[in-house]
Design a protein. Structure first.
Length: 565
């Protein structure tokens, strides 16, 4: 149908999806989207609680949808080969705008009954292959995208028809229109067409779900920068400061997009959502929730009973959680897709072609974006459970790695295959140390010098390989390097090629000579971790921030920060 004046019509006057909605509910769905990621992470943390797991799994199965699609010519191919143990994943988080059941209750809906199903703010959660980062990219709902080819769907039944929705060549839509045309699957195609990234899993959530999950926690404790008064919703939060918000107030806090004082309503709203989710993530992953079975079960049931998913099971999420090792909020960083005001529609946004492609390329190549914290620990080794736990024997356990003081005989420095990684944050440090060590007999080619933007919080570590044919010789070689750098700690790393000297921010620049054949001592600490480096000496793809972006190009919100909304 042709869009009416004042509605979000198709670009350049082309026919678009049947979308008619009042402006004052444009932000309503976003609150449900932001809580979706929290629920996913909490679900992954609770696989051990089988009574909770069984109930949650059934709820997920009952509300599964057809969304993930692999037959898409828009998918891009990574240009950097990943060296991580795990495969990175992309999870699409979206909201559904329906007007049935609890979703049409006062405080949840604006009361309209037009029957149209839309999506609002979308979030793409990228889980890094090294399991050190979750990068969440918010995609503003009014962003223009190329219209994908989708089959029509029925939002009442959730069924996709075998009839394609007719689009014109070159037609563009607001990204949220894809949902009204073809449901979750069409939204997946729209996001894949925009980013080139393959969506592995989909999680959507509705109006009632947001309120139920917030209330299951007893509210959300947030720090509000200043009173929030919305010209449509009225006074949302009357006073500034740390406070607890519940149900309707929490919903209004994340849906408000006409806040007095906001210079950019939708983008300001997105930042508030990100800060609220950060506070919520800190609250949910605290002992007060995780160790309270009643509260945890209520939260998870509120999630599974008000969501729809594709390619999601509790077992999948448990495996995902185990690969993380821990679910620290500081591992989650939020970004907003770089956009600019549209040249063809004052109420819409165009993708910022000077910045967005670099963001997509970074996620495609599993690289952290500027503003994400440095890795603090190595990803755990994958665990392959025995089909019968009773069949496991002691002989199947790997030999323990030596830890503590060690003694060795120094080897000839000229024969050491040594790479130097500068993680000090001070340019030129690796070159300076290489020159000084060369004067003491080491031979270090320039190609073996690596600089990383990630600053390590130690003085120096010497990584050396394990599992070789002569472990004693490998240890002696590493100990020789450590002896030349006072204070360096020995760290055994499986799969490492040669020896790597990683210099951290506490390195004081001191090096000294080591004589071949002399008795030397060192300290082995397998728990100490340096920024991963691949076998060629280049910083690993998953750990090197994309070079064409800097911190001023992207505004980030880290979930471990204490920020106000």
């Amino acid at each position: 149908m042709t869009s009416e004046p004042g509605s979000d019509g198709p670009r350049h006057g082309r026919s678009g999806p049947p979308v008619r909605r009042a402006r004052n509910r444009r932000g309503l769905i976003a609150g449900r989207v932001v809580i979706g990621l929290v629920a996913v992470l909490v679900l992954t943390a609770t696989g051990w609680e089988w009574s909770i797991k069984a109930r949650a799994d059934q709820g997920i199965a009952d509300r599964s949808v057809q969304a993930v699609t692999t037959d898409d010519s828009n998918l891009a191919t990574p240009t950097v080969t990943s060296t991580t143990v795990y495969a990175p994943e992309n999870i699409l988080l979206l909201g559904s705008d329906t007007r049935s059941g609890a979703n049409n209750e006062p405080g949840v809906s604006d009361g309209s009954t037009d029957g149209v199903a839309n999506s609002d703010t979308l979030m793409l959660a990228h889980i890094s292959g090294d399991r050190q980062h979750v990068t969440v990219l918010s995609i503003p709902r009014d962003t223009w995208v190329k219209a994908p080819q989708c089959n029509s769907w029925n939002s009442d039944t959730g069924k996709i028809s075998d009839q394609p929705y007719q689009i014109k060549s070159g037609e563009e839509w607001h990204v949220n229109w894809a949902y009204s045309v073809g449901g979750p699957q069409c939204t997946v195609k729209a996001v894949q067409g925009l980013t080139g990234l393959k969506i592995n899993r989909v999680i959507g959530i509705d109006f009632a779900g947001f309120k139920n999950m917030v209330d299951a926690l007893g509210g959300i404790t947030v720090n509000v920068c200043s009173p929030i008064v919305d010209s449509v919703l009225g006074t949302v939060v009357p006073t500034a400061g740390v406070q607890t918000v519940v149900g309707d107030q929490a919903l209004s806090l994340v849906r408000a997009r006409e806040v007095i004082g906001d210079k950019d309503s939708d983008l300001a709203r997105i930042r508030r959502q990100q800060v609220v989710l950060s506070a919520l993530l800190q609250q949910v992953t605290s002992a007060g929730t995780l160790l309270n079975p009643t509260k945890l079960d209520a939260f998870l049931q509120a999630f599974v009973q008000n969501t729809f998913t594709d390619n999601v099971t509790i077992d999948d999420l448990v495996t995902l959680a185990q690969s993380f090792g821990d679910l620290s909020p500081s591992k989650v960083t939020f970004y907003t897709l770089p956009t600019v005001p549209s040249q063809s529609d004052p109420d819409a946004l165009d993708v910022d072609e000077t910045k967005a492609p670099a963001v997509f390329q970074a996620l495609l190549n599993d690289q952290p974006l500027p503003g994400e914290p440095a890795a603090t620990s190595a990803a755990p080794t994958p665990t392959v459970p025995s089909p019968d736990p009773s069949a496991a024997t002691a002989s199947s356990s790997p030999a323990p790695v030596t830890s503590g003081p060690v003694t060795a005989t120094a080897v000839d420095p000229s024969g050491v295959d040594l790479r130097i990684v500068n993680s000090t944050g001070r340019p030129g440090t690796a070159s300076t140390v290489a020159d000084e060590l060369s004067a003491y007999g080491f031979s270090i080619p320039e190609d073996n010098l690596v600089a990383t933007e990630q600053v390590a919080d130690f003085a120096a570590v010497v990584e050396y390989p394990t599992g070789g044919t002569d472990p004693a010789a490998d240890l002696a070689t590493a100990a020789t390097v450590a002896a030349a750098v006072p204070g360096a700690v020995l760290v055994p790393v499986a799969g490492t090629a040669g020896v790597r000297l990683v210099l951290g921010q506490e390195f004081d620049g001191t090096v000294r000579s080591v004589s071949a054949g002399s008795d030397i001592t060192g300290t082995v600490d397998p728990s100490l971790t340096a920024p991963p480096v691949d076998d060629t000496g280049a910083a690993s793809a998953s750990q090197s921030p994309v070079s064409s972006l800097n911190s001023t190009d992207l505004q980030s919100v880290n979930a471990g920060q204490a920020l106000c909304a």
